[in-house]
Ligand binder design. Structure first.
Ligand code: FCB
Length: 465
């Protein structure tokens, strides 16, 4: 195990260590302060969608307990907090003037953060499409991109003087794959390759939002967050390599290439038809999508192994998806790696590989990089002495932060945000996956720092600044 002071000694003086959370997963209070419904409220209310039947209604009740949560961050000693601004709190109908009670909540949160000396990093879109926009088609509709940019402008006017970093989108890949292609996440569509329309519309939403933030003169830096999963073929052979390439396009390149290089990647003959939605786009859109960025956010959780042949089990890392059965390839196991509570393979070396992939693919077009999420779920319990000993999470974080630093000779790496501060509502997995540095009892809502919290606290306090 890497000792806190040994890791601290490796961290550059200005390297940001932060924690990340997202509105739907922590806030609760879904009908307070004039908040509108989001696509996740609707999805969670449908029977069978969320593994334990829970909803965003209460989660961590952060809306009421944000002071306690910021105090925890202060105690932890993190440099920055990445949170998301709930779109339906600011625009309950997805359009029109800002809801002042929604603005007031984030004003209070920002005051608290600045008072604690924690740098605010705000994500605009962390998956909570306002329900009226979802009914109009959500990301299948081009108009949603302009609506996001309007929301960005309102957020810029309200918070532009205090937010240090803006992230337009969080993991558009996950929205497309889980939400529209495989039906595991809201809005629960199983469109397979027809879901690719949502890629372009989200990217357009990103570009228009960058323009809107800059037009309003925000003081903070502007970037985007994509999730990267290095893709490898399970076996040798042409078809395995081809399908691995297709999955790399679907999961990684179709989001990163347009943003960083100003074009969609070349699509293999094998899947030209499937990628039609992205081959026939207006070139003028690309100029909007391809904005210079101040930084690039990369989330890393795990690599992907692809094998030829329809799956025998319809499982994905985020849940079962019947639609998978119609594909000519499947996601293969990683028997050589230990697993998180979610069953995700633990392999820090692929984080180093992800960063090296980025350096190789994007070279001088890659701005400074932050790992905007990384972490693991385990079945943590509070013992009889009130302690939560999560040694597996300590190793996970130590190994992954170290693995990220291993690539800093090739990538201008500026920080790592731990997913996440509090155990929270993990989308379709409900309250069953605990990712936090702090344990939350979901009945009493009592917060109990785990040993990983104490470990990270020691890392931060051992750093020379
Ligand atoms: C990421 C999401 C984040 C959280 C983690 C575990 O894909 O961005 O909200 O659910 O996974």
């Amino acid at each position: 195990m890497i000792e806190p002071d040994a890791l601290a000694a490796r961290l550059p003086r200005d390297f940001t260590i932060g924690v990340a959370m997202a509105a739907t997963q922590i806030e609760g209070a879904v009908t307070e302060g004039g908040r509108g419904r989001s696509t996740w409220d609707t999805f969670a209310a449908q029977p069978g969608r969320i593994i334990d039947g829970t909803t965003p209604e209460i989660t961590d009740d952060h809306f009421h307990r944000y002071r306690e949560d910021v105090a925890l961050m202060r105690e932890l000693g993190v440099d920055a907090y990445r949170f998301s601004i709930a779109w339906p709190r600011i625009q309950p109908e997805g359009r029109g003037a800002a809801n002042s009670a929604g603005i007031a909540f984030y004003d209070r949160l920002l005051d608290e953060l600045l008072e604690a000396g924690i740098s605010p990093v705000a994500t605009l879109f962390h998956w909570d499409v306002p329900e009226p926009l979802q009914r109009a088609g959500g990301w299948m509709t081009r108009d949603t991109a302009s609506r996001l940019a309007d929301f960005a402008a309102l957020a810029a006017d309200a918070f532009g003087d205090r937010i240090d970093k803006w992230i337009t989108l969080n993991e558009p890949t996950t929205v497309t794959l889980n939400g529209y292609a495989l039906g595991i996440h809201a809005p629960g569509e199983s469109l397979l390759f027809d879901a690719l329309t949502t890629v372009h519309n989200q990217l357009l939403g990103h570009g228009l939002s960058v323009q809107a933030l800059r037009a309003r003169g925000v003081k903070g830096q502007v970037g985007v967050t994509n999730v990267h999963s290095p893709v490898v073929a399970a076996q040798r052979g042409f078809m395995n390599a081809q399908f691995a390439k297709v999955f790399d396009l679907v999961h990684n390149r179709i989001y990163a290439d347009p943003v960083l290089l100003g074009r969609y990647p070349r699509f293999p003959l094998l899947a030209r038809k499937e990628f039609r939605a992205l081959r026939e786009t207006d070139p003028a859109d690309m100029a909007i999508i391809h904005q210079p960025l101040d930084f690039y956010g990369l989330n890393y959780y795990m690599p992907t192994r692809i094998a030829v042949g329809a799956p025998t089990e319809a499982s994905t890392p985020d849940g079962d998806a019947e639609a998978m059965r119609d594909l000519p390839f499947h996601l293969a196991e990683w028997p050589e790696y230990p697993k998180t509570g979610f069953g995700w393979p633990i392999s820090p070396e692929y984080l180093t590989a992800s960063l090296r992939d980025y350096a190789a693919r994007y070279g001088g077009s890659l701005p400074p990089v932050y790992i905007t999420e990384g972490g693991a779920s385990f079945a943590d319990v509070v013992d009889s002495e009130g302690r939560v000993d999560d040694a597996s999470r300590v190793s996970y974080l130590a190994d992954h932060i170290a693995a990220a630093l291993d690539a800093s000779d090739e990538v201008d790496l500026r920080g790592y945000f731990v997913w996440t501060l509090l155990d929270n509502w993990e989308w379709a997995a409900g309250l069953t996956q605990r990712f936090g540095l702090v344990h939350v009892d979901f009945d009493s809502l009592v917060r109990t720092p785990k040993s990983s919290f104490r470990w990270l606290q020691r890392v931060q306090s051992s750093r020379k600044r």
